[in-house]
Design a protein around this ligand. Structure first.
Ligand code: NAD
Ligand code: TYD
Length: 358
């Protein structure tokens, strides 16, 4: 039975991954979730699996080498899936330090401890062990030509403190692959959306604001393009890469679903109008004039677009959820889980929101 050490499993993608893995493998796997529960970590995301005997939550910082070593000493870890990160570009522009600590130093700690426990002798690692570095398309920088795409060998050219920290971590993982033949894969996915995403990111922020009759803040001219992927398609790809990805390889993950931000805002408003009951009070204030253009993000990347041909060809992965379907599923989830949203948008979130948007 394989044991997965999932870091950042209380966040958006990590919690979707853990749920997906238990739906698929049920009692045939063990998962240890190490998460420090920053503002983005939320144990409510894992309510459905908290009581499982083959699941354990440990509140720890991935930078804490002694604590991570202890986890390795008392568990036979087969896979590390490293989701733990500071993940929001706007926050990285305001406070880069913690991005370097968690995203770079934290990854280094995990690499060193995995190496310590998995290495048999020079150039030899125990069979069946693997480190998955969950990275992002943002490490490639920004595309200007609309016919251009990010490939796995596109040079890294990060522009924000966030993407610079993720690119640095990728380079560390690569260096361990090259130097020690360390068993790892790097995954680079495009923008995710879906249930449990924290409302600092575009899609849940727009859904929440629209439901509350607040402005939908669009940076700059609204024509920046992101390549959106439903989170379940991402976590499915990660599972495939764990099982069948060739050691040492990078895999881009994306579904050719490019949209301008302003288009996304309109789709959200239209879908909310379609899904909300006539009698629902919130329907009254959902109007197109909620959209408000505001000052652009500093160094705002213009366009991201992934070429997913490698993962399609090698692993037969393909996205199963279209944007039309995925955005409906997502909005339905947020409508049903109003309490989840209410709980996390009180307290600290209000200070963040005030500082960002006023
Ligand atoms: P998130 O911000 O929702 O969750 C991050 C989680 O990591 C939280 O639970 C947080 O508590 C935890 N964490 C933060 N610092 C930690 C530390 N030092 N030690 C232990 N835990 C810590 O992020 P997400 O959107 O779920 O992203 C997960 C990963 O996927 C990140 O590495 C991100 O770079 C990558 N990624 C995200 C996207 C996206 O669209 N969200 C796209 C591609 C790749
Ligand atoms: P975001 O969800 O922060 O993801 P990333 O910056 O990692 O791609 O932002 C997605 C896009 O939406 C990006 O072009 C910035 C833009 N955006 C807004 O226009 N307004 C907002 O309030 C936010 C949070 C993002």
């Amino acid at each position: 039975m394989k044991t997965y050490l999932v870091t950042g499993g209380a966040g958006f993608i990590g919690s979707n991954f853990i749920q997906y893995m238990f739906e698929k493998y049920d009692n045939d796997i063990n998962i240890i979730n190490v998460d420090d529960l920053t503002y983005a970590g939320n144990l409510d995301n894992l309510n459905s699996i908290n009581d499982r005997e083959n699941y354990k939550f440990i509140k720890k910082n991935i930078c804490n080498a002694n604590k991570i070593r202890k986890i390795f000493l008392s568990n036979n870890v087969d896979y590390i899936v490293n989701f733990a990160a500071e993940s929001h570009v706007d926050r990285s522009i305001r406070n880069p330090e913690v991005f370097i600590r968690t995203n770079v130093m934290g990854t280094l700690v995990l690499l060193n401890i995995a190496k310590e426990f998995w290495q048999q002798d020079d150039d030899n690692f125990k069979k069946g062990k693997k480190f998955i570095q969950v990275s992002t398309d943002e490490v490639y920088g920004s595309l200007e030509d609309k016919h251009d795409y990010f490939y796995e060998n596109t040079p890294l050219d990060p522009h924000s403190p966030y993407s610079a920290s993720k690119a640095s971590a990728d380079l560390l993982v690569k260096s361990y692959i090259n130097t020690y033949k360390f068993p790892a894969n790097i995954t680079r996915c495009s923008n995710n959306y879906g249930p449990y995403q924290f409302p600092e990111k575009l899609i849940p922020l727009m859904i929440n604001n629209a439901l509350e009759g607040k402005k939908l803040p669009i940076y700059g001219d609204g024509k920046n393009i992101r390549d959106w992927l439903y989170v379940k398609d991402h976590v499915k790809a990660i599972d495939m890469i764990i099982n069948n990805g060739r050691l040492g390889e990078v895999y881009n993950i994306g579904g050719h679903n490019e949209k301008e931000n302003i288009e996304v805002a309109h789709i959200i408003l239209d879908t909310l109008l379609e899904l909300l009951d006539k009698e629902d009070n919130r329907k009254k204030h959902i109007k197109k004039n909620l959209i408000a253009y505001i000052k652009d993000r500093k160094g705002h990347d213009r366009r991201y677009a992934i070429c997913p041909n490698k993962i399609k060809k090698e692993l037969n992965w393909y996205p199963e959820t279209s944007f039309e379907e995925g955005i409906k599923l997502t909005i339905k989830w947020y409508l049903k889980n109003n309490q989840w949203m209410k709980k996390i948008t009180s307290g600290d979130y209000l200070n963040y929101y005030e500082e960002m948007y006023h």
